[in-house]
Design a protein around this ligand. Structure first.
Ligand SMILES: C[S@@+](CC[C@H](N)C(=O)[O-])C[C@H]1O[C@@H](n2cnc3c(N)ncnc32)[C@H](O)[C@@H]1O
Length: 261
């Protein structure tokens, strides 16, 4: 009975938002939804769907809960510095100006970190860095570019001086020259088309929420989206064990290069 109710909810949410809840890990997702039902004093998913269909704030609360969007600048700094010192220069030497996608970018810390590294590495980009997420609210925050002390913990002090302006004790704003390097776009990884010819794709700390099958599909799509020799940069818990069968070879921990045909 509960199962049927839940499936109905998944179908309705998919029709309304294009978010396929069944691609996310079931227990995790259900636990989060059950908490939402409880906090809204509801006992079934049909009523909860009616609620989020009618009430914009409740709909945003639902989105916030299912799309965990914590982020920070230079999340796992060593990997980002490897990106600056090795991956970006090598890709640039091979391909010239780079096409870059930060997929599931949340509030923008990730693509702005990459923009700073592009400057530091002395490489060029073809167009703006494309930064996408399913959640419009995080994209709006990303475009504002204002961050708290907590999210800049890993920013090297000289980068802080060069690329941020201090607004107040707990507010830093990303400078215009960095903002201008990034274009934020709404995109659902589970549903929308993937552009082609990327040199570098970052997809970090999102596939952990998806089922294994969905994860494999996404990695295949990222592979098709990259140029031969292009690189996928994953999150710190996201090793790809069957990289070869997905068309990648591991070139460093959490960096996977598309095998040339
Ligand atoms: C934990 S954050 C990761 C942010 C950043 N990549 C990082 O590593 O710090 C996960 C992001 O994935 C987004 N997300 C979840 N499902 C998605 C989907 N189907 N398509 C696009 N983005 C999605 C969420 O909105 C959230 O902003």
């Amino acid at each position: 009975m509960i199962q049927e109710d839940f499936l109905y909810f998944c179908q309705k949410v998919f029709q309304k938002t294009g978010i396929d809840l069944q691609s996310y890990k079931f227990q995790q997702m259900k636990r989060r939804l059950d908490m939402l039902l409880k906090s809204n004093n509801l006992s079934n998913y049909r009523d909860y769907f009616n609620l989020i269909s009618q009430d914009k704030e409740k709909y945003q609360e639902f989105l916030d809960k299912i799309t965990i969007n914590v982020s920070e600048f230079f999340r796992n700094p060593n990997q980002f510095f490897y990106l600056r010192d090795k991956i970006l220069p090598d890709l640039y030497k091979e391909n010239g100006p780079l096409k870059i996608w930060s997929a599931a970018c949340s509030t923008g810390e990730e693509p702005y970190s990459v923009a700073m590294l592009i400057k530091e590495a002395g490489v060029k980009i073809k167009d703006k860095i494309i930064a996408t997420d399913i959640d419009n609210k995080v994209l709006q925050k990303a475009m504002r570019g204002i961050y708290s002390k907590k999210s800049i913990t890993n920013v090297p002090p000289n980068y802080l001086n060069k690329y941020f302006e201090k607004k107040s004790d707990d507010e830093y704003i990303v400078k215009k020259e960095i903002k201008d390097m990034v274009k934020f776009v709404h995109h659902n990884l589970l549903k929308d088309e993937y552009e082609k010819d990327y040199d570098l794709i970052l997809c970090r700390n999102v596939v952990i929420y998806f089922t294994d099958e969905t994860k494999q599909n996404l990695y295949k799509k990222f592979n098709q989206s990259l140029k031969p020799g292009g690189v996928l940069f994953t999150g710190n818990t996201e090793l790809i064990f069957d990289a070869k069968s997905l068309g990648f070879r591991s070139i460093a921990t959490f960096f996977y290069q598309k095998i040339s045909n």
